[in-house]
Design a protein around this ligand. Structure first.
Ligand code: C2E
Ligand code: CA
Ligand code: CA
Ligand code: CA
Length: 278
């Protein structure tokens, strides 16, 4: 970045030096994190809005590092994406998520699927669809129990390639959902041509759904549109009981948020399944 001449050096401040030092440190620690077993998946239930029963769990990655402590994904996924490490980390996530969902079925008898976040670079990696296929084969998990969450931004980026990958994944029988729906520069036409099953309404809309009439109108409109296209809807970021009444009235299929449960380590998540919904 500093190669384009003097002016670039002139803009290089001490703070930037610190930032890049922190980045370099994080990058080198991240390179070893997989083999040292420092990544962990937490699981957050996605429930049927009407019954409160869990149908899926979203897998959310955490990084336990002796130097950095517990690192949340917003702090390291962007760097993993930039450096390309997301491909191997993402492969681990998919394998681990499928193994976990198999365990819930075998150890607990729970009929609960798993949803995995897929970042753009991982999605475009030539080996991606094969990674998904292999994880299903190795774990024996039924493909319909694996859901892949893809952001709207990715979908709008690169149409021909994207369409081909989505078709392949749909062919395997995995579920496909649009994550953070409503936050992109939505060109809704993609919903018609791509094989999505579910829209996840971004939590920013759910947050003020009881106080802001704009937000409640938007949520209502998204649910109606999704249903008329044959798609399911998940409301993200449900924190209060009153929000669940609104979502029940509007017939939002599924809900996720702190009201039901925070993301939990696997053993705590299985306890949550056992003792039942709240
Ligand atoms: P996301 O996919 O939108 O995931 C939902 C985020 O909202 C999670 O944050 C979750 O803990 C949080 N959340 C859940 N319920 C509530 C609620 O009621 N209120 C509020 N305020 N927040 C709630 P988290 O775990 O920190 O993950 C942040 C982001 O990191 C995720 O956003 C996702 O984009 C990314 N991410 C997480 N795990 C992975 C992964 O394995 N691979 C990739 N590529 N990205 C991941
Ligand atoms: Ca997600
Ligand atoms: Ca499908
Ligand atoms: Ca989301």
């Amino acid at each position: 970045a500093k190669r384009n001449g003097k002016s670039a050096y002139a803009r290089f401040t001490p703070e930037m030096g610190e930032i890049s030092h922190e980045r370099l440190q994080m990058e080198s620690l991240m390179r070893k994190a997989l083999e040292l077993g420092e990544f962990e998946l937490y699981f957050q239930p996605i429930v049927d809005t009407a019954s409160g029963q869990a149908v899926t769990a979203e897998a959310l990655i955490r990084w336990n590092n002796p130097t950095l402590g517990l690192v949340m994904p917003d702090r390291f996924i962007p760097l993993a994406e930039e450096t390309g490490m997301i491909t191997s980390i993402g492969e681990w996530v998919i394998g681990e998520a499928c193994r976990a969902a198999s365990r819930w079925r075998e150890l607990g008898g729970f009929d609960v699927g798993v949803a995995v976040n897929v970042s753009p670079r991982q999605f475009r990696d030539p080996g991606f669809t094969n990674t998904v296929k292999r994880a299903l084969e190795i774990t024996g998990l039924n493909a319909s129990l694996l859901e892949l969450e893809i952001t709207e931004r990715l979908i709008l980026d690169n149409t021909i390639e994207t369409a081909e990958i989505l078709r392949q994944l749909d062919h395997y029988g995995v579920r496909l959902s649009v994550d953070d729906f409503g936050t992109g520069y939505s060109a809704l036409s993609y919903l018609k041509s791509y094989p999505f099953d579910t829209l996840k309404i971004d939590k920013s809309f759910i947050q003020d759904v009881l106080t802001e009439t704009d937000d409640s109108s938007l949520v209502r409109a998204i649910i109606n549109m999704a249903h008329s296209l044959g798609l399911n809807v998940v409301a993200e970021g449900v924190e209060e009981e009153a929000q669940t009444y609104f979502l029940q009235t509007e017939q939002c299929d599924f809900s996720q948020g702190y009201y039901y449960s925070r993301p939990l380590p696997e053993s705590a998540f299985m306890d949550w399944l056992r003792t039942g919904k709240r």
